[in-house]
Design a protein around this ligand. Structure first.
Ligand SMILES: [Zn+2]
Length: 323
């Protein structure tokens, strides 16, 4: 288990026993207990913002999203778990109900944590199994488009990437592809791009060749912008996980502009945010079958005796308070 994977569920107290914690229970809110509390507050407050965008939209489906999001993670159940190695108590998230709406800020955050936890689990094994391979981090872009043309653009990028992986010169043995959409600098357009973490044999092609091949696969008449970087030999590709498995849409872009956001929802409906290819698919398959509830299962503590603590979202105060 990595520190990153555990961050999502564990909150450390700088206290040495549960009794002391009880004495200190004049705390009112989750954010007083830990910085993770502030993170929960921030995402949950953004869920409130986004649900208002949906609630006022005409589409029935959007109103249903709003209804589901209202109840998302309203009550968080944590368990106090002693961490003997550090001599402190930690909070482990035991239970919460998530709405699973695609662009719900809380659920997007939890999904990203879940993907990261999966990747931290499998990559060290892949590196052990393929010690001679190198890892590249590549960002493939196209020109910005109107938000109304986002789906069409993403379709052609995904098709182009598929063509890319079918070329004879393609040597990628396994890859993770994630789609990110940011708002253009003009404040109205959309900037779709693909982040690829790809595992290649020791000899792999140059930046210039990536550009030429991406242009060829997109079937466009301009040179697209691409960023490539190779992970230093003997460095673990896990270093790039936060970059590749971050959110599909930045939270500030979700809450910044109602019309842009509603159109984004229409354009991304049923599209796939993250895809795994090549040999990494086999490594990932088993993990994908479990771990669907957005509560990290990487730490199975079984039946630990310990007090449960509940924190409830207080909409007016915009924070999680102790029940
Ligand atoms: Zn949610």
């Amino acid at each position: 288990m990595s520190a990153q994977a555990s961050d999502s569920n564990f909150i450390a107290f700088n206290i040495s026993s549960q009794d002391k914690f009880q004495q200190n229970l004049n705390v009112q809110s989750l954010s007083e207990v830990s910085r993770i509390g502030k993170i929960w507050d921030k995402h949950r407050a953004n869920t409130d913002k986004v649900l208002h965008y949906y609630a006022k939209a005409d589409e029935n489906s959007f109103q249903q999203y709003a209804w589901r999001m209202r109840m998302c993670s309203e009550l968080l159940k944590f368990q106090l778990v002693p961490d003997e190695s550090e001599g402190i108590l930690k909070l482990k998230l035991l239970d919460a109900r998530f709405c699973r709406v695609r662009h719900c800020p809380v659920c997007q955050w939890r999904r990203s944590l879940m993907w990261k936890a999966r990747a931290y689990k499998i990559l060290p094994q892949v590196v052990t199994d393929y010690p001679k391979h190198r890892w590249l981090f590549v960002t493939l872009t196209v020109k910005n488009c109107q938000i109304e043309e986002l789906r069409e653009n993403l379709d052609s990028m995904n098709k182009a990437f598929k063509r890319f992986t079918e070329l004879k010169v393609w040597t990628g043995k396994g890859w993770v592809k994630s789609i990110e959409v940011t708002k253009g600098r003009d404040g109205v357009s959309a900037h779709p791009h693909l982040h690829i973490l790809v595992m290649v044999p020791p000899s792999y092609f140059s930046h210039a060749k990536w550009i030429a091949l991406w242009q060829q696969c997109l079937r466009i008449n301009y040179q697209p912008i691409i960023h490539t970087s190779a992970i230093a030999k003997h460095h673990n590709p896990s270093l790039l996980i936060p970059e590749i498995l971050k959110y599909q849409v930045k939270e500030s872009d979700l809450v910044g502009d109602r019309e842009w956001f509603l159109e984004l929802t229409r354009q991304l409906h049923k599209s796939r945010a993250i895809a795994v290819g090549g040999i990494l698919r086999q490594y990932m398959r088993e993990l994908e079958e479990k771990n669907q509830d957005l509560i990290d299962e990487s730490e199975e503590t079984d039946e630990v005796d310990g007090e449960s603590l509940y924190f409830r979202w207080e909409r007016k105060l915009q924070r999680f308070n102790i029940e």
